[in-house]
Design a protein around this ligand. Structure first.
Ligand code: K7E
Ligand code: CUA
Length: 667
């Protein structure tokens, strides 16, 4: 069956080639396949759909026959939708949504269950539960600088939080909130062996942000920072009480490039607003966009975190505790030789380290070049104290000329850079709406070093791009996805809010080739892409009665035959099981004012036998994957009769999988 499909596709390609020979200028694939005969019908399809040879080639390259799988998985940030979308490549089909900071009623995430309540509580900001997030930078866990398929991390720019997704079940296990800062950005990058997740602030604020200080004291009292959160692979969690933070000036810390191989132990975080401007439009101040673009240069922070870690371990680096966080002051960081600045051109954004760790590529949004710094030169400049004075906070400024390796003119609005397996670099050009391919120190096909090779238009205003493994020590290459901010005419009109547009680009050949448009939900920022085969997710949970958050046997798991209702004063505990196609018990009779604790165990062991639990008029929908025990608490505060039912169509008798909650009037 499978073989036949492939055979058909091949014959189709061959056949189309003949047709193409007759109709269009002959190119690539068609030239190679010419001479075969065209199966009946295919010629008509190509003609009626008005497909060009390029279209047909793209179709054949992206077509994944029914029942077959994609080669890569793309984890794309859903931006202010607060989620991560898992997309198959090359088909660009949405395979899964992972809710991280925002609710998702399909997965019963945040729709009443105790586990999400606990998670959201971990992620409370200034004491308030936040039910959404702004995901910018997903990151995969690394072993020796390469994706290991175990964990996925995502930052929430809006609330300076980080979520950990366990890739055994593609679910969030932990949300941490940085108590010092309101917003983050540079995060979502892991060190080479997932030792630390590095979180940088975005907008300056007093430390902590919950202390008021007037804007007029911005320079004195506002700060930025970089927090190093140690990740413990065994527990799959951040060990928050072992974190350390390096205080930074109140420039806006933006993206960070993580050192690799020879530069392992260092992180390179760019900043903007070295002007330290503050808003005040009504007081006659120019707009922030004007104030923040005054200077020719901002600063790239160069941080030796490995040395900080060592000095902290031996007690040689003084810290103070703020809001429970261990903070190294700017002064101490400078004194210890772990913090430097390098000037970087106008409105910097991306900071990306080459796979060999030798170069750091920085893009200034308002500079037509990308600037390439050499790690080796930075080391030499530090050793020889090749400094250009200090910034207002006493941080030594490494001489630009001493650190720069090359400036490559690419065009307008360069943002982010990634690398392929052949030695090319690719930069997203926001203003030019293109992906620009360029050479590093060697042109893989003999091109000039440090030079633009090719520019491919994208639609439109690309933000990030991602190459498969493009931020690791060993990129896979083959595919590149451009994550575009505007879509304009790229999708059928569906009202004034357009879908955002991802575009799949084939980078395996000499020329880049646009293969597909893929509209997505939410604002796409960064994405990471890895071969599907590195992931080994469970098909069902390994045992029955697991708690979905701890993955340990739940204290409230209920074995078949053990279903019961236990009343303790006003607390009513219901130990329920779900199995195709019934709930036991299927009637819950309580009095108004009772506190109901439902504990539902899905006893099914079959793959995909998920049950739901939707309770009318109580804002509750649970999702119980096979093996899970899910808990929910609520007060039966209104009298009445409330049906509950399974909200996953699980069997032929799914419609009958129901019950009633009856609430008698209290007195
Ligand atoms: Cu360029 Cu927040 Cu990564 Cu968006 S950031 S594009
Ligand atoms: Cu269980 Cu439908």
């Amino acid at each position: 069956m499978h073989k036949n499909v492939k055979l058909l596709a091949l014959t189709a390609a061959a056949g189309i080639a003949v047709f193409a020979l007759a109709q269009w200028p002959v190119k690539g694939l068609f030239a190679q396949l010419g001479g075969s005969s065209l199966p009946a019908g295919l010629e008509a399809i190509v003609a009626s759909r008005e497909l060009s040879p390029d279209d047909v080639e793209a179709a054949l390259k992206t077509y994944v026959p029914p029942g077959s799988y994609d080669e890569f998985l793309l984890f794309a940030s859903g931006g202010q939708a607060g989620n991560i979308e898992v997309i198959g490549v090359p088909s660009m089909r949405l395979i899964k949504n992972i809710p991280v900071f925002s609710k998702d009623s399909w997965q019963g995430f945040g729709i009443g269950d105790d586990d999400t309540k606990r998670l959201f509580k971990q992620g409370a900001a200034a004491g308030q539960i936040q039910e959404w997030g702004d995901v910018h930078h997903p990151a995969l866990s690394l072993t020796n600088g390469q994706y290991d398929g175990q964990f996925l991390f995502a930052n929430d720019k809006a609330n300076a939080r980080i979520g950990v997704v366990d890739l055994r079940d593609f679910k969030v296990r932990q949300i941490i909130k940085n108590p010092l800062i309101a917003t983050n950005h540079c995060g979502a990058k892991m060190t080479e062996n997932s030792e630390y997740y590095v979180e940088g602030a975005q907008f300056g604020n007093p430390l902590p942000f919950t202390e008021f200080s007037p804007m007029s004291k911005y320079k004195e009292n506002y700060r930025g920072l970089a927090t190093f959160w140690p990740f413990d692979r065994a527990s799959g969690k951040f060990v928050t009480n072992r974190s350390f933070t390096i205080e930074l000036p109140p420039y806006y810390q933006d993206l960070g490039g993580m050192g690799k191989k020879i530069s392992h132990g260092w992180v390179f975080i760019n900043t903007f607003n070295a002007e330290m401007a503050t808003p005040g439009a009504l007081e006659g101040k120019p707009a922030m966009e004007v104030q923040v673009s005054q200077r020719e240069m901002d600063y790239l922070h160069v941080i030796h975190w490995k040395k900080a870690e060592e000095l902290l371990a031996s007690g040689k680096l003084p810290t103070r505790t703020i809001s429970g966080m261990k903070v190294v002051s700017i002064d101490q960081a400078v004194k210890a030789g772990i913090l430097y600045n390098i000037p970087e051109p106008k409105s910097p954004h991306g900071s990306d380290v080459t796979p060999d760790g030798r170069f750091i590529v920085v893009s200034g949004k308002l500079d037509p070049h990308v600037t390439v710094f050499s790690f080796d030169k930075i080391q030499k400049a530090i050793a020889s104290k090749s400094f250009d004075g200090k910034d207002p906070f006493g941080i030594p400024i490494i001489k630009f000329d001493a650190a720069v390796e090359a400036q490559v003119e690419l065009g307008l609005g360069p943002l982010h850079t990634e690398f392929d397996d052949k030695g090319y670099a690719y930069t997203s050009m926001f203003l030019d709406s293109s992906i620009n391919k360029w050479t590093l120190e060697k042109g893989p096909r003999g091109e000039k070093p440090w030079s633009l090779v090719e520019s491919l238009p994208v639609h439109y205003n690309t933000g990030h791009l991602t190459v498969a493994g493009g931020d690791t020590t060993q990129p896979y290459g083959k595919y590149l996805v451009s994550l575009n901010k505007w879509s304009l005419d790229r999708a059928l009109p569906v009202g004034p809010l357009h879908p955002q547009n991802l575009q799949l680009i084939d980078i395996s050949g000499e020329k880049m080739k646009l293969l597909a448009d893929a509209p997505v939900v939410g604002e796409p920022h960064y994405a990471v892409m890895a071969p599907a085969k590195i992931f080994k997710p469970w098909k069902v949970y390994p045992e029955v009665g697991l708690n979905g958050l701890t993955l340990k046997k739940s204290a409230t798991a209920t074995a078949p035959g053990q279903e019961r209702v236990a009343r303790n004063g006003k607390d009513v505990h219901v130990y329920m099981t779900a199995i195709r196609s019934r709930f036991v018990p299927d009637r819950i009779d309580v009095k108004q004012g009772d506190k109901v604790h439902l504990h539902i165990t899905n006893l099914d062991r079959a793959e995909d036998a998920t049950h739901g639990f939707a309770l009318s008029a109580h804002n509750i929908n649970l999702s119980m994957d096979p093996g899970l025990t899910v808990d929910v608490d609520f007060v039966a505060d209104r009298s009445g009769v409330f049906p509950f039912y399974c909200s996953e169509f699980c069997s032929a008798l799914h419609m009958e999988m129901m019950g009633y909650l009856t609430v008698a009037k209290g007195n």
